[in-house]
Design a protein around this ligand. Structure first.
Ligand SMILES: [Zn+2]
Length: 418
């Protein structure tokens, strides 16, 4: 249990306490302790993972209720084994892993050119609006079924919103009501069962047939939308294109803003990114994106350039660290796995631009189209994320900073924007 070696979660603060949690919220140290050690002392912080393709894995045939492997054992669930994620794998482990307690679960769909190219249930012919809708609905059904079975809570919006008359006065996000609650308090309010609260993130908006039906999706748990995946959608251009927003995309942006649905900039083309920022004054997040400046290819739009990081941070947005090794270190094309230190470099790069540690969290993308042996060294399953926390601790991160990274920054963000 490496997480215990470098000072305990309930212990001292490190020398670099500059996160939002540390600015003017010093009275919450005791609450952090009680949240972190709700089950056992020395347990790692609870995690908010802003990008897990849970429904995609389910419609591809994975048994999401399968028990997880023990540490060091490979797990061979389809698709693309070795694998890491089932619903069980996210649960807390007493005395060790605080569990993934909150997540954005995606509805991931992919347009293809023709019927012959459709090889999976997440795919549809690009011109076929009804087929894209059916593909997205099938994944939404997975979340609704898990909710009905008591396996997940599908009401992240209610969980993370403040009730009127509580908490502190909110500032800086362009939102005045209701007042903000400290992330520690919001996390402490989560019920122990079901262990996982999910907000649905639509990754590629094509399944939404028209902006008019957005309310229907919102009622069923959708809290965020990325308008395109790598390719072009009816709404925007993805990171493999140079296309911007369509008229339909601009209409969707307005409707999202009316319904307080969050914009996800991961996967947008640079042009779409800029046009989205101009079309909305709401905060924008990047659910699972790393730093282009550290990856050596200035033209690779899959990663955020420094200008984009700055624009996200300026409005109080948060960026989720993606754990696909090739998105952390271009040398991993040969070596297969990035180091934990490379994760720390990306996190620190975002923090340097932001001038603090309040705008970065996790958006791991584990099992999201790549095998678990392409995760960083030492991470083979969600419980191993404690090793990433330990690497950050070794780089000078305090308990408060780690709580903010593990969940607090996302919780604060969603408390403000939902
Ligand atoms: Zn993605």
């Amino acid at each position: 249990m490496l997480v215990r070696t470098g000072g305990h979660w309930s212990g001292r603060s490190g020398p670099l306490s500059v996160s939002g949690l540390d600015r003017g919220r010093s009275g919450h140290a005791g609450l952090i302790r009680s949240v972190v050690s709700a089950n056992k002392p020395d347990q790692s912080p609870p995690i908010f993972d802003a990008h897990l393709d849970l429904a995609y894995l389910a419609v591809r045939g994975r048994d999401m209720l399968a028990q997880v492997q023990h540490r060091g054992e490979a797990c061979h669930l389809e698709p693309h084994p070795p694998s890491a994620i089932t619903l069980r794998s996210l649960e807390p482990t007493p005395g060790d892993f605080g569990g993934v307690r909150m997540a954005l679960g995606t509805i991931f769909t992919e347009p293809v050119e023709s019927v012959e190219n459709v090889t999976g249930p997440e795919q549809y012919v690009a011109s076929d609006v009804e087929a894209s809708h059916r593909a997205g609905r099938a994944q939404l059904e997975a979340y609704l079924t898990w909710r009905d079975q008591g396996l997940i809570d599908l009401d992240l919006r209610r969980r993370l919103r403040s009730e009127p008359g509580t908490g502190e006065i909110r500032g800086g996000m362009g939102v005045t009501e209701p007042a903000a609650l400290a992330p520690e308090r919001l996390v402490s309010r989560l019920p122990p069962r079901p262990p996982l609260s999910i907000g649905v993130l639509v990754e590629n908006a094509d399944p939404i047939r028209s902006p008019d039906e957005l309310g229907w999706w919102r009622e069923r748990g959708v809290v965020a939308i990325g308008m395109a995946w790598a390719k072009r959608s009816r709404y925007a251009g993805g990171n493999a294109t140079s296309i911007g927003l369509s008229d339909l995309g601009r209409a969707l942006v307005s409707q999202m803003d009316r319904l307080r649905i969050v914009h996800d900039a991961s996967h947008l083309s640079d042009r779409s990114f800029d046009e989205l920022q101009d079309a909305t004054d709401r905060p924008v997040m990047a659910s699972h994106s790393n730093c282009r400046a550290l990856l050596g290819d200035a033209a690779d739009q899959r990663h955020l350039n420094d200008h984009q990081i700055r624009r996200i941070v300026e409005r109080g947005g948060v960026i989720g660290l993606n754990l696909f090794s090739m998105f952390l270190d271009s040398a991993a094309r040969k070596t297969g796995r990035a180091s934990l230190e490379s994760c720390v470099r990306h996190v620190d790069h975002i923090c340097e631009i932001a001038g603090g540690r309040s705008n970065v969290g996790l958006g791991t993308d584990i099992d999201g189209g790549f095998a678990a042996d392409r995760l960083p060294q030492g991470i083979d399953r969600p419980a191993d994320l404690v090793r990433l926390f330990e690497a950050l601790r070794n780089a000078g991160w305090s308990d408060r900073d780690l709580f903010a990274f593990a969940c607090g920054n996302w919780v604060r963000f969603f408390n403000a924007v939902l």
